[in-house]
Every structure is written in structure tokens, then in C-alpha cells.
Design a protein around this ligand. Structure first.
Ligand SMILES: C[S@@+](CC[C@H](N)C(=O)[O-])C[C@H]1O[C@@H](n2cnc3c(N)ncnc32)[C@H](O)[C@@H]1O
Length: 210
């Protein structure tokens, strides 16, 4: 896949799928090949990466987990912004390859972790970043429960999302919105308002309409 700057986050360059990438060939060769989410830009990741690069104080000197990292866009933004340690976790082994390749292209160090942390105890990090992980109901429920455990351990949690249906809205405070594309909606031009939220302890989020 060709390497190109990311629209609305031009500080970062990623291997991005294009019409000639023919990812379907990989699917033919590997029966375990899942949806190649790691090859595209998701609205949540775009917004969260933009937010972190614009507000490096969120991560500087801190240990960060990017949960559901995909291409690694959010993890790479955190590493570029001065995070002390960045873990990028995903359940797709192709995503792990993408994270490693994309980290190298951007000359940052990111620890790629293969596995599902949502059933685990909270990790030893200061910040959890979640880019676009609320696209399916059962996954959204598992992620929310995991984030509840993290917030009890005083871990700061930021979520980037194009306001999908399964967002845990009652737990969120809107921090910012950024125009941009969203692969999940099939819109590649800048016609979305992708949002960044803080995930709050139960009852602590200011009510809002999103
Ligand atoms: C929609 S993509 C978003 C990728 C990236 N965060 C972004 O915003 O561009 C969701 C990613 O989450 C991963 N994923 C799904 N369930 C997961 C889980 N339980 N733990 C970790 N990653 C998961 C998928 O493999 C996929 O790469």
C-alpha cells in the first residue's frame, strides 16, 4: 500500500489502501483474513489523532494505551506528541503489522500488542485512547465495561468517534469536533463532524445532546 499524508492530520503518514492495493488478494490467500479496518481512516481515529497533536499536554510524559488501534494512527499521534510509552492493542494480526510499519514510517516507537484487553484488568497506563470502537453493540458494551474499570483506577480516557449509534452517550463529555472523512460512513471527503469525548465516571458527565 502506498504511503501518503493523512487528510486533516498531515503531520502523519500512513500506508493507505487505494484502488490498486487489491487487498482482496490477501483475503483469497488467508481464510482468517478479516475486514481490513487497519487499511483505512476512520472518523474517530482522525479526530482523536488531530486532538492529541493539537493538545500534546494530554499525553506528554505519560503511558498511553491505544485500544483498537487499527492502522495505529492514534498511537502514532501520541508517540509524536511526547508520550513516554505507547501501547497499540488490536485483535487483528494484520493490524499489528500495519501498526509496526506505520510507526516506522513516522519514526516513532510504539509497542504493538495482539489481543483483547477488554476482559482484562485495567492496564498500567495513565491514558486510554479509543478511536472508533463503538461500531457494534456487543463490542461497545464490552469496551464500555472495560473503560468503567479503567476510570475507577483513575486512568484518563478519551474517545474519538463520528457519533455512532452504540456510543455510551451518558458517560461522555464532548471536548471538540473536527471536520473530516469517515470510512465507516463511506464518506471520504470532509463532510463529517468527527468528535472527541472524555469518558467520565458514572453520573459525572455533564448532560449533552449529541
Ligand atoms: C474501526 S477500526 C478503528 C481503528 C483505529 N482506532 C482508527 O480510529 O482508525 C476498529 C479496530 O478495532 C479492532 N478491534 C475490534 N475489537 C477489538 C478488541 N476487543 N480489542 C482490541 N481491538 C479490537 C479492530 O480489529 C479494528 O482494527
Amino acid at each position: 500500500m502506498p504511503v501518503a499524508p493523512v487528510p486533516t492530520v498531515p503531520e502523519l503518514r500512513l500506508h493507505r489502501a487505494g484502488p490498486k492495493s487489491r487487498l482482496s488478494r490477501l483475503a483469497e490467500l488467508d481464510e482468517d483474513f478479516g475486514a481490513p479496518y487497519w487499511a483505512y481512516e476512520w472518523g474517530g481515529g482522525l479526530a482523536l489523532a488531530r486532538h492529541i497533536l493539537d493538545h500534546p499536554e494530554i499525553v506528554v510524559g505519560r503511558k498511553v494505551l491505544d485500544l483498537g488501534a487499527g492502522s495505529g494512527i492514534v498511537a502514532i499521534a501520541a508517540a509524536k506528541s511526547g508520550a513516554r510509552k505507547v501501547i497499540a492493542a488490536d485483535t487483528d494480526r494484520y493490524a499489528l503489522a500495519a501498526i509496526r510499519l506505520n510507526a516506522a514510517v513516522n519514526e516513532v516507537r510504539v509497542l504493538a500488542f495482539l489481543g483483547d484487553m477488554t476482559s482484562e484488568a485495567p492496564p498500567a497506563v495513565d491514558v486510554v485512547l479509543v478511536g472508533d470502537l463503538f461500531y457494534a453493540q456487543d463490542l461497545a458494551q464490552r469496551v464500555t465495561t472495560f473503560l468503567e474499570r479503567c476510570i475507577e483506577c483513575n486512568i484518563e480516557i478519551l474517545i474519538g468517534d463520528p457519533k455512532r449509534a452504540f456510543l455510551p452517550r451518558a458517560r461522555l463529555e464532548l471536548l471538540a469536533e473536527y471536520p473530516g472523512s469517515d470510512f465507516g460512513c463511506g464518506k471520504r471527503s470532509e463532510q463529517m463532524q468527527n468528535a472527541v469525548f472524555a469518558f467520565k465516571a458514572c453520573g459525572a458527565a455533564r448532560p449533552m445532546t449529541i
